[in-house]
Design a protein around this ligand. Structure first.
Ligand code: PFF
Length: 452
């Protein structure tokens, strides 16, 4: 089963196409919705600092490791582990990745649906005029506790995701991401400038950028690391899958660097919008839950001439950024069923997509739609278990696999194709074999104490 079908496998049109698609996967709700939430919950600037360190020293390492496995094997995650170490339990890391992907998608698409719903909220004028924080909170609460609206938009997002993935790598994923990502970037820069010049912004900036080291603890580190993996789409084989479509001529190191850098840059910018706006609305350092960004963003648009149009535009692009991520989440299990089980792309996308929709029902009803699910905070719980822990476990095994099982030598040989002089080699090897796995292990070990 190994190898024969490789020649007929799709590939990215160019290195740039890969970078756009992988950046599209990385940049999404994680940057604009989840990052500000976890910053607010974990002490502000000190979290940001740990996050940036985690991205630079661990995130980049795992990103390059995943891309290397992917390009070497040209397979989905299960097939990739199986082709390097056949008939060993390593393939279960691939299965874990698929399950994680489906579970993340099940709540992620709900939030993406909120973003889509807000396009219409903006357009209808519901968020126009001078908005107070209370009014904005009320509008969100009414929206997110109405099952009809939530399911309508959740279904729409899943439908679009299934449609694009069923079209395949080039015609689906590549075509979308190339145009829309740069537009999103420009809009975010513009909004950050506006937020920074709002009255009272200084307090928000201080919370966001002046670290208070007394707030540093195990929870902060766990969430920072988990957020780094989530935001960079690591630990579940997405980058193995996307790496499997990269050409042997391309430079994996610079590709990994670009994706890591752009993703982090956008997250940091999103914080520069949210925290000054929070302070402007009289709540600096507010500890928000998963709904924070949706309550805060609308507050900035009335402060801009023509703000309604900006608002519509912003939520449209946020929805698009989310969709370039949902397609990568669905692509992982779909690639498996196409490569290993000979399913057609269409069938795989449809079956797994529908299954994910059903799995997402509790999360969709957990913001007021149904008391039981709201009480146990299903969405937050899923985000913690699958968006933090599962990804960290996956990343740990990926480091061990490349560092010790497959072997550094073979990985370096793969990297050297397209990049004969790999200057960061000693740092990468050190991080892959020691720093990253040990750091992840220690953090996972301490989860018991955090939750207890
Ligand atoms: N990186 C995406 C975001 O930040 O929104 C979410 C995500 C996509 C996580 C793909 C994991 C993944 F495999």
């Amino acid at each position: 089963m190994q190898g024969q079908e490789i020649s007929t496998r799709e590939a990215w049109g160019s290195k740039v196409a890969f970078i756009f698609a992988a950046t599209g996967s990385a940049i999404g709700l994680g940057n604009i919705w989840r990052f500000p939430t976890v910053v607010s919950q974990n002490g502000g600037a000190v979290f940001v600092l740990v996050y940036v360190l985690a991205v630079a020293f661990i995130g980049f390492t795992v990103m390059l490791a995943e891309l290397t496995i992917g390009r070497h094997t040209q397979r989905n995650p299960v097939g990739a582990f199986e082709s390097i170490k056949p008939r060993t339990p390593w393939k279960f890391i691939g299965y874990l990745g698929m399950i994680t992907g489906v579970c993340i998608l099940s709540f992620y698409a709900v939030v993406a649906g909120w973003a889509a719903g807000y396009i219409f909220k903006m357009a209808s004028g519901a968020l126009k005029g001078k908005l107070t924080a209370e009014m904005s909170n009320k509008i969100f609460t009414e929206f997110s506790s109405d099952p009809i609206q939530v399911f309508l938009f959740f279904g729409l997002i899943m439908g679009l995701t299934i449609f694009i993935v069923s079209k395949g790598v080039k015609k689906g994923i590549e075509r979308w991401t190339k145009v829309l990502m740069p537009v999103l970037f420009l809009l975010i820069v513009f909004l950050a400038i506006r937020a920074l010049t709002l009255p009272g912004a200084g307090k928000g900036i201080a919370f966001y950028l002046r670290p208070d080291f007394s707030k540093l603890n195990g929870t902060v580190i766990l969430y920072a690391l988990g957020q780094a993996f989530f935001s960079l789409s690591l630990g579940m084989g997405t980058m193995i899958t996307y790496g499997s479509y990269i050409s042997k001529k391309d430079n994996l190191v610079s590709s990994a660097g670009w994706v890591t850098f752009s993703d982090t840059f956008i997250a940091l910018l999103a914080g520069l919008i949210i925290f000054p706006t929070l302070a402007f609305s009289g709540q600096p350092g507010n500890v928000g839950d998963e709904t924070l960004a949706f309550k805060i963003f609308p507050l900035i648009f009335p402060e801009i001439p023509g703000g309604q149009i900006f608002g519509i535009f912003f939520f449209t692009l946020l929805t698009v950024a989310a969709i370039t991520s949902t397609i990568s989440l669905l692509e992982v299990p779909v690639a498996y069923f196409v490569d290993e089980r000979n399913w057609s792309r269409k069938k795989a996308a449809l079956v797994i997509g529908l299954f994910t929709f059903v799995l997402g029902v509790p999360a969709a009803l957990s913001t007021g739609g149904m008391q039981f699910f709201t009480k146990i905070k299903v969405l937050g719980l899923f985000a913690f278990i699958f968006g933090n822990i599962s990804l960290a476990v996956g990343a740990l095994f990926i480091c061990i696999f490349v560092g010790y099982i497959w072997g550094i030598k073979k990985a370096l040989k793969e990297i050297s194709s397209g990049n004969p002089r790999f200057k960061l080699r000693p740092i990468w090897v050190f991080s892959l074999k020691f720093l990253s796995p040990i750091a992840i292990l220690i953090i996972l070990y301490f989860i018991k104490t955090l939750k207890g």
